[in-house]
Design a protein. Sequence first.
Length: 195
Amino acid sequence: MRARIRGGALAALVLAVGAAAACGYDPNPESGALQCGPSNSCPDNYSCMSGRCFRNCEGGSGPAVNKFIGHWVSDPTLAKRVRVCNDGTNETLAWDDYLDIADGACGTLDTNYYCDWSMDVAAGGNATTIHPGAKCSQPDMNDPTIMYTWHGETLTLTTTNGTSGTLEMSLPYEYVTATGSGSCMMHFTGPMTKI
């Protein structure tokens, strides 16, 4: 003999099944807010970049992004690197170096300076902003017993014409050696030219 479900009981059953389906786990964190998990894992539709999970998308270049892409060289007569460490080091030097900026995923920009950094173009289209919370660790290229952990605090290249600009970059770091550890702040400022 089959049991019959009356109209009210059937409606309650349909609501219960619908509610259970609606309560499934579907993470949708803000892009860059979540740290990558083990083996650079992220939720579906996110990718691990610079230690954070960023939403995948069908990006594309546009005028605001394109003007930053290229080989940017500092002006060593005006650009400076300031380094202050907890061991008492306090130096200001002429900064004679470069940044190569490439088109990244989702209309972002990518560069490398000690680490790979992902950036966005800020509102107004004339400056870059680094993805928050980005960091990396790697050994010293000349002495693998020294380990560095770099933090991308700021990486702002400002340009209106896509050929000349000004850089403000802060990369604090910690280091560990066989005999101790310490921390430093490095700050880079000055004019840049795309060549």
